[in-house]
Write a protein that binds this ligand. Structure first.
Ligand SMILES: [Ca+2]
Ligand SMILES: [Ca+2]
Ligand SMILES: [Ca+2]
Length: 422
């Protein structure tokens, strides 16, 4: 996400200062946890009971809806019909003389002062014209539409282009932590950005989808942040554009350089630098066939945890979002040596609404099994069961956090179910 001052690839390069100026178990009120009861009564009676109780669970969920930004179920597949009901934000169609809040809509990235006016650069591939942002129970999603082709980079013997799809996040809804985006050459500016979810294309191909943290003001603070991150910890602190770390998160203990400690010990991370090598972790992106549109996902878990163990990104939090596209100059329509970027107006005060899981028990028995289901938006929530509510012993139902339906055998006793947020 930088300009010519970017250092050569190498892990340390990513972790060191860049040249300036280029720039629980979440137990909620019990009313939020829909519960459904399964019994092993005779078939006819049990079916009636299941149906009634499943209906009651649905009503509990409805009563607690907060009417903030609702969840949406998004599949990263290059089909954008799943975005149809997500609120749209527009950005000017760039061109000579086109201003956005007094700033050339597509512009160079060489300016870093809060009151600077960067210079117009013609680069349709980074001309953002529409963007959207949404979430579900365990992921953040962003949508982008550009005048030109997203992710297009030159690849030949002498030129190796770069393109960045950037979502900058104020993860604590606090302007005093993080940094203002003008420090990176992004305008119009806004402040408080602590972390990114980002994709780099390099030399004609996807390079990495990574998380960034800008919570350091100098090299010792950056060194400390990196040490924390090898243990899955992010401290949300005042930062600056010039000091950051970036990592790819893998849902595998051995795929990355650092296996994380419990409870994330099934995951590992690798710190990455711009310009490769390629790592495919949990941040994914898909483009439309004409490459004018992109959809991207960043699971909550990759943002890591606070020192106290709380996820940095969690349902119920409020965040701020800034969207940018940025590219190196080789594919600009006219001879040009300037990098270019385009930044949308920020989405501020975005409340990560709890999904409406609508836990249900099917009103029939399937080959001696009971079918429990919940909305696809709530995939990522964890189904738990207990044989009694008097002395509860809630146990995770294995595999339930990657689906929205479980088919379970009917045993000899009673069973009660609930969905828990991740
Ligand atoms: Ca899709
Ligand atoms: Ca634009
Ligand atoms: Ca902040």
């Amino acid at each position: 996400m930088n300009t010519f001052s970017k250092q050569p690839p190498g892990i340390q390069a990513a972790l060191n200062q860049e040249s300036a100026p280029a720039r629980s178990e979440r137990i909620q009120s019990s009313g939020r946890i829909p519960e459904a009861r399964l019994t092993s009564l005779g078939r006819r009676r049990s079916l009636d009971l299941l149906s009634v109780i499943a209906g009651a669970a649905f009503c509990v969920g409805m009563a607690m809806t907060l009417h903030a930004e609702p969840t949406h179920s998004i599949t990263i597949d290059g089909n954008f019909s799943d975005w149809a009901t997500v609120p749209s934000h527009s950005d000017p169609v760039g061109g000579p003389g086109v201003l956005h809040d007094g700033i050339p809509d597509t512009h160079d990235t060489d300016h870093s002062g809060p009151n600077d006016i960067p210079v117009y650069v013609n680069h349709p591939d980074i001309d953002l014209v529409e963007y959207k942002f949404t979430h579900d129970a365990s992921n953040l999603y962003a949508y982008f539409r550009a005048t030109g082709q997203i992710g297009r980079t030159i690849s030949n013997a002498s030129k190796h282009g770069r393109y960045y799809v950037i979502v900058t996040l104020d993860v604590d809804n606090n302007l005093t932590t993080g940094y203002p985006v003008h420090e990176g050459g992004y305008f119009p500016t806004s402040a408080g950005y602590d972390m990114n979810m980002e994709v780099e294309y390099y030399d004609g191909v996807f390079n990495t989808g990574h998380y960034l943290n800008h919570g350091a003001l100098n090299q010792p603070e950056l060194d400390a942040a990196i040490q924390d991150q090898t243990n899955g910890i992010v401290r949300v602190l005042p930062g600056t554009y010039d000091y950051y770390s970036q990592w790819v998160w893998f849902d595998s203990p051995g795929a990355g350089s650092y296996q994380l400690p419990p409870p994330d010990n099934n995951a590992s991370i690798t710190f990455v630098a711009d310009k490769g090598p390629v790592y495919q972790g949990i941040i994914r992106i898909a483009l439309s066939p004409d490459k004018h549109e992109a959809e991207m996902v960043a699971p909550f878990r990759g943002f890591m945890r606070s020192p106290g163990g709380d996820p940095i990104i969690a349902l119920g939090n409020t965040i701020g979002i800034s969207i940018s596209l940025e590219a190196s100059p080789e594919l600009s329509p006219q001879p040009n040596t300037e990098w270019a970027s385009d930044t949308g107006n920020p989405i501020l005060g975005y409340f990560l609404e709890h999904p409406e899981p609508q836990l249900k028990i099917a009103p029939f028995v399937q080959n001696g099994n009971v079918v429990l289901s919940w909305l696809n938006d709530a995939t990522g929530m964890k189904l738990q069961r207990t044989p009694s509510l008097t002395v509860p012993d809630w146990q995770f139902v294995g595999g339930s956090d990657t689906t929205n339906q479980m088919i379970l055998p009917i045993g000899s006793g009673s069973a009660f179910f609930r969905l828990m947020e991740p």
